[in-house]
Design a protein around this ligand. Structure first.
Ligand code: FAD
Length: 413
């Protein structure tokens, strides 16, 4: 493992730091944390747009993208360095994360030149917000089981069905959408991938209110929505291959809770909160817990460094990178739980004016979502079991038969 920057990486870091120092806003003590970007009003949207446009102007919007579309052709490790430096500043919620992290790379890989010219520049400059319409009520981990349909009618596809958990649909302009275009084909072969204008007639968006009062995601209903064939990405029936590109980019862009996995906040809280008239940090049980969290966070950090080392050497990180999200997600939840416990009775009342305690409550309520999005704990365990440990794969009942014949429930008597 290499922990230090190579001379080229150090040079790149200095360049990133210089630009951020001149253009970014430092953190404030009263910055609200919104882990899943769930509290977005017009003022926040304007802030997001302004910052994205500034990054695009400075050439820092989409580092790894080709130069001809406005990117920098940066290496994956340079992208990581940029994110490390960027995280030191005050950033708006990541409303462009889905567009730039998943939709853009998919269009760049599978789209036609015309599609790239049509969507990529505006996406990069932050003029358009994108969402991902993949999950359905009966298709999440088993995404290829989706049922929303697309039927060709002249130059348009007629779309019917329901998507769910669509992050940011309520303020998105465009969405990426996978649909079943052929129910007679086997499960993975009957899918086609589209881009949909979220303002099209027949789309109904219903925000879902969550336990933490946020409205991060939505139900999206399609009733006879027309999508021009010109919005199809890839060939008819090749939607699964295109979707895999999106999912690989999603996995790469999701971490283990980012700064929320840092023990510094908890140590600071233990200095501020008192137990029996003394700072909690002097209590032996509290110290034991803090030491335990510190060791776990270091284990995660060093495991993450293996991924960074692979990137730095120009290699592609393997499936073991799934460990970071699995272990990190659990740890961040444990940290938040202990933060609430540490606050004693104050821990059960949400008081936004007291950031020492409200921080832990907000995290505690948001983290279960992070443990599900982009691969649940169990799905990550399956990946580790099958692809890292080489254990036998799961039994599959849907192989080699038409999707319409796949059993969907217990046989009726
Ligand atoms: C915060 C958040 C944001 C999201 N944003 C989006 C979005 O923008 N667009 C979008 O399309 N989707 C989005 N999703 C949906 C997300 O992709 C799905 O929730 C996820 O894929 C899990 O699917 P599911 O909810 O249908 O659960 P299911 O797949 O039905 O899983 C239910 C339970 O069964 C377990 N399970 C499932 N399969 C297996 C298996 N093979 N082996 C063992 N256990 C298994 C799971 O681990 C889980 O505990 C978001 C979800 C969250 C939480």
């Amino acid at each position: 493992m290499d922990f230090n920057d190579t001379p080229e990486e150090a040079e790149f870091r200095a360049e990133a730091r210089a630009w951020l120092e001149a253009n970014a806003t430092p953190h404030r003590d009263d910055d609200e944390e919104d882990l899943l970007g769930e509290r977005i009003d017009d003022k926040t949207l304007a802030w997001c747009r302004e910052w994205q446009a500034k990054k695009a102007e400075g050439g820092w919007a989409c580092l790894t993208w080709p130069k001809e579309v406005g990117g920098r052709e940066a290496t994956p490790i340079q992208n990581v360095i940029w994110k490390q430096e960027l995280a030191k500043y005050r950033n708006p919620p990541d409303i462009y994360g889905i567009g730039l992290g998943m939709c853009g790379p998919t269009i760049l890989t599978h789209g036609t030149d015309e599609q790239k010219q049509r969507w990529i520049p505006e996406m990069m400059e932050g003029q358009q917000i994108w969402c991902q319409l993949f999950s359905e009520p009966s298709a999440g981990s088993d995404l290829a089981g989706l049922r929303s349909s697309a039927v060709l009618d002249g130059d348009d596809w007629i779309v019917n069905g329901q998507k769910i958990w669509t992050t940011g649909a309520q303020f998105s302009d465009w969405g990426i959408l996978v649909l079943r275009s052929d129910p007679n084909a086997v499960k993975h072969a009957g899918l086609t991938y589209f881009v949909v204008d979220m303002h099209s007639p027949g789309i109904e968006i219903r925000p879902i209110t969550q336990i933490n009062r946020g409205q991060g995601f939505n139900e999206v209903f399609f009733t006879d929505v027309r999508i021009p064939d010109a919005n199809r990405i890839g060939a008819v029936g090749d939607g699964w291959r295109v979707a895999i590109t999106t999912l690989m980019n999603e996995r790469a862009s999701i971490g283990g809770g980012g700064g929320a996995g840092n023990t510094a906040d908890l140590i600071r809280a233990a200095r501020e909160i008192e137990i029996d008239g003394r700072p909690a940090i002097e209590n032996a049980a509290v110290r034991g817990k803090l030491a335990d969290f510190y060791i776990r966070s270091k284990g995660l950090q060093f495991t993450g460094n293996r991924t960074l080392t692979a990137l730095s050497r120009g290699q592609t990180p393997g499936p073991e990178a799934s460990l970071g999200k699995l272990i990190g997600g659990v740890m961040v939840q444990d940290l938040a739980e202990f933060g609430i416990e540490l606050a004693g009775m104050a821990g059960i009342v949400h008081d936004a004016s007291n950031p020492t305690t409200s921080l832990w409550q907000d995290r505690f309520l948001a983290i279960p979502g992070l443990r599900i999005a982009g691969g649940t704990d169990e799905v990550l365990r399956n990946i580790i079991a099958e692809r890292v440990l080489g254990l036998p794969p799961e039994v599959r009942l849907d192989k080699g038969i038409a999707f319409k014949d796949v059993p969907t429930g217990p046989p009726s008597n």
